[in-house]
Design a protein around this ligand. Structure first.
Ligand SMILES: NC(=O)CC[C@H](N)C(=O)O
Length: 378
């Protein structure tokens, strides 16, 4: 069956369908990972986006649910140069095309993904519509433009959990604020035996205090950080009270909470080999990334933030820490999945920060509050 991808600038790609029938609009972005397509398409940060893989052969190791980064993929389309329908992998349960069909995601193959990527690099990310229908180009363009910006701006609410739940452990209690969290973050906290409570994106500071956390983990998530201003307010309120570690969208929200600003990148960073320099040590780390927004460098001046990491390719901010409070964040993904695990030490750094904070504040805030409650002062 034929599939077509029409971009906002009028460019039309005609190829073969290998996913669901129908059409979907989304922001067209590219990922440069050689492997990791399962983690990419199940990463909630791609919610509403049509993802092109620059590596030309995709599908050869099939699909294994164990590699998912969320329960259900929320991408709007998948674009590959050459789709391989027959997996060669003992772990594969089914093939990539079947997965796309299962979740109603259109897929297109046999198109020039190099041309598409170069276009996005030159012109910046833009909207596109991926379809298997025979509709005219004018009709498709109208449909694409009719997709309201509001619809494309509501992704955090779509991907976050709606209920509080726990993943028990016997050590530090971490409240993980889920803006569309990848499973990898929870996996890393569980590996360290943390007692994790996962809360929805719109949880208030008071609701978090009531859970008596030792630390707060801010997850990744889709869309523009400015679409969830209430989250930045919650972070600003809890800053200094509990140690905080932000990842990707969590990093951007932490920056906004501290008075800095964010902006959109021309075509973003998505892949498993982005070089990041830690300024203190001068060391370069290879990182897993997926983001379209960044913290504006000039906006750091006048805040209590310090830049800790920069991207070696375009020098954008990749890490921040608070000068007074135990709080830090990174724009990249220390939980990897997909990509290198070189940065998982940041979770250990977070746990160490929590322990240090407790040593310095033996009574605060958890015990002090409990004692006050016991005395009837609260
Ligand atoms: N992975 C993420 O958390 C992405 C953050 C944000 N949605 C961005 O695109 O910049």
């Amino acid at each position: 069956m034929q599939a077509r991808l029409l971009l906002e600038d009028g460019t039309l790609f005609t190829g073969t369908s290998f996913g669901a029938e129908g059409e979907k609009t989304g922001e067209v972005v590219f990922n440069t990972g050689i492997t990791g397509y399962q983690e990419v398409l199940s990463d909630p940060s791609y919610c509403g986006q049509i993802v092109t893989m620059t590596y030309p052969l995709i599908g050869n190791y099939g699909i294994s649910r164990d590699d998912f980064e969320s329960i259900a993929p929320s991408i709007h389309g998948f674009v590959v140069r050459r789709y391989e329908p027959t997996p060669s992998n003992w772990r594969a349960q089914y093939n990539l095309g079947d997965l796309l069909k299962e979740y109603g995601i259109p897929g297109i193959t046999d198109i020039d993904t190099r041309m598409l990527t170069r276009l996005i690099r030159h012109q910046g990310t833009m909207r596109g519509i991926l379809t298997t229908s025979a509709k005219s180009v004018d009709e498709l363009k109208e449909m694409m433009l009719a997709t309201s910006i509001a619809e494309l701006r509501n992704q955090v609410a779509q991907t976050s959990t709606h209920h509080v739940y726990s993943s028990p452990g016997s050590k530090e209690r971490i409240v993980l604020v889920d803006f569309g969290a990848k499973s990898g973050i929870l996996r890393e906290l569980n590996k360290r035996d943390c007692d994790v409570v996962i809360v929805p994106h719109n949880t208030t500071a008071d609701e978090i205090r009531r859970l008596h956390p030792d630390g707060i983990q801010l997850s990744n998530g889709p869309g523009d950080p400015k679409d969830v201003p209430y989250a930045a307010e919650m972070i600003a309120e809890l800053l200094g009270e509990y140690p905080i570690f932000g990842i990707c969208l969590g990093h951007q929200l932490f920056a906004l909470a501290c008075g800095a600003d964010t902006e959109k990148l021309k075509f973003g960073h998505r892949g498993g080999n982005h070089p990041v320099k830690e300024l203190e040590s001068g060391r370069c780390y290879i990182t897993s990334q997926n983001h379209g927004y960044t913290v504006n460098e000039a906006s750091i001046a006048g805040t209590d933030l310090e830049v800790t990491h920069i991207n070696n390719n375009d020098k954008t901010i990749e890490g921040l820490k608070h000068k007074k409070y135990p709080a830090f964040s990174v724009q990249y993904h220390p939980e990897a999945a997909p990509g290198p695990y070189d940065n998982s030490y940041l979770f250990d750094r977070f746990i160490e920060m929590i322990r240090e904070h407790k040593r310095q504040n033996p009574q605060k805030p958890r015990q002090a509050k409990l004692m006050a409650a016991a005395k009837g002062e609260l």
